[in-house]
Ligand binder design. Structure first.
Ligand code: URP
Ligand code: ZN
Ligand code: ZN
Length: 473
């Protein structure tokens, strides 16, 4: 089966040009002018932009948390991603009981039958000993070339600085990129205890007990640990403070192999959103900060100090006692209401995987903060390169997977939960006026989104064996 996409304007990370694309089977086979093919299905992309399918390298699907589970699984999350132009996601494997390989098998057993877009895994390392050190070397054989460590969530996910240093050394030797969640776990625990003792249980205290300085200090600490671990490559996830941009720029100026991602929520919202009556909707970790942090993060995006726009997609229902209709069936999954009397019991996380590209197109490209090429770099090509998926993903070149988003830069949309396809009952962007939206999305040559229509299915996504990634600065 061949598809010929005619008369579109291709946007890559570095160029914009008019061309036709021939897709044969799962791959892009040819890009050129006035292409013909005897029996290809022709798609007229006049007036449309042709983008590589997006790559979101930070999602949590079907993740158990606080006696519930994140409300998008590998099917519904992939579907939401696709409606927003994203065709590849990278999820995190928690390190529960057993070996890393056993944990990865368990996560694949959940994901493989359901995945509706292509997906890879990062490995969380939250318990470290000699056996784990040895096993890290075999992660690339399983297609995993990045791992995540935490400087917060004491007694749960956090490793000590010494352990993080050891993980970074081992990871570096194994060709694996270390991702760091940077907050100060000790101080968070003290402040949480004090807040609860004082009867401060509202969502706002989620932000107040996780201070911005903790992320600034922990991000520089991570950089210093990586430097001492033989110049190990490092990637700062969910950058949320202006100070982290400063630390990332400092590390890069000192020649460290440090990269970073931010997420749309940290560009638009502040801790004041947690003061709203429905403030629990904004509870995620790390939390929203201040307007000056939004501004400095935008500067980090514009200056390309930050390489990637991810989402940290980890949705929960706002009111998990009231069902929504999902694909015609009522669905309710316990959510934020679990913490109505105590902010520490609000499941942490937000919907975002489907919002990422339309929101940043409007607010980034539409406002002149970034060019369409920078947009493609941050949402498609850079994450593919950093996470060892390039040029299979994130590229419009012959030989790449035919993951393509036909993008209408003039399509006006009043956005919200009814437009986003996340399996949850709210959107952070309810009522936002967007201009620019994907109208057709292809995954490996198969059209999975056509306007409002969905043609993907559980299992239409495939597990991706990732290679060692690149250092981009
Ligand atoms: O609140 C969030 N982001 N939950 C996911 C966990 C994490 O640290 O990324
Ligand atoms: Zn994190
Ligand atoms: Zn996360």
């Amino acid at each position: 089966m061949a598809i010929l996409i005619k008369h579109g304007t291709l946007v890559t990370a570095s160029e914009t040009f008019k061309a036709d694309i021939l897709v044969e089977g799962e791959k892009i086979s040819l890009i050129g002018q006035d292409l013909t093919h005897p029996n290809a299905e022709e798609i007229d992309a006049s007036g449309l932009l042709v983008l590589p399918g997006g790559v979101d390298p930070h999602v949590h699907l079907d993740l158990p948390m606080f006696n519930t589970v994140s409300s998008d699984d590998h099917y519904t999350g992939g579907k939401a991603a696709a409606f927003g132009g994203t065709t590849t996601v990278i999820d995190f494997v928690p390190q529960d009981e057993g070996t890393l390989a056993e944990n990865i098998d368990r996560w694949r057993a959940k994901a493989d039958p359901k995945a509706s877009v292509d997906y890879g895994f990062h490995m969380n390392i939250t318990r470290f000993d000699q056996a784990v050190a040895k096993e890290i070397f075999s992660l690339p054989d399983l297609g995993i070339t990045s791992l995540k460590v935490f400087t917060a969530y004491n007694n749960r996910l956090r490793l000590s600085d010494g352990e993080i240093f050891r993980v970074m050394r081992v990871a570096h030797a194994a060709g694996i990129l270390t991702l760091v969640h940077a907050e100060n776990g000790d101080i968070i625990d003290i402040l949480v205890d004090e807040a609860l003792a004082a009867g401060n249980t509202e969502p706002y205290f989620h932000a107040k007990t996780r201070p911005a300085w903790g992320t600034v200090e922990a991000s520089l600490r991570a950089a210093a640990l990586a430097a001492q671990a033989g110049d190990a490559p490092l990637y700062l996830v969910h950058m949320n403070t202006g100070g982290e941009v400063d630390q990332l720029a400092y590390a890069q100026a000192h020649g460290l192999k440090m990269m970073g991602e931010t997420c749309p929520q940290y560009l638009f919202f502040t801790e004041d959103d947690l003061r709203r009556e429905d403030g629990a909707k904004w509870v995620c970790s790390p939390p929203m900060r201040k307007a000056k942090d939004n501004a400095r993060l935008w500067e980090g995006v514009e200056s390309q100090t930050i390489q990637v726009m991810a989402t940290d997609h980890c949705p929960f229902f706002y009111d998990g006692t009231t069902p929504i209709l999902y694909e015609g069936q009522p669905v309710a999954i316990p959510g934020k209401e679990l913490g109505k009397d105590d902010f520490t019991k609000i499941p942490n996380g937000l919907p975002g995987v489907g919002d990422r590209m339309p929101i940043i197109w409007t607010e980034g490209v539409g406002t002149g903060r970034m060019t369409p090429n920078q947009f493609v770099a941050m949402h498609c090509t850079n994450p593919a390169r950093i996470f060892g998926l390039y040029p299979q993903k994130g590229a419009l070149i012959p030989g790449a997977d035919a993951d393509i988003a036909l993008w209408d830069p003039n399509k006006a949309v009043t956005y919200g939960a009814n437009v986003a396809r996340h399996r949850t009952d709210y959107s952070l962007y309810e009522g936002w006026q967007l201009k620019g939206f994907p109208v057709k999305v292809f995954l490996r040559g198969k059209m999975i989104v056509d306007g409002e229509n969905w043609y993907g299915s559980p299992g239409s996504g495939r597990y991706l064996h990732r290679q060692e990634g690149e250092i981009l600065q």
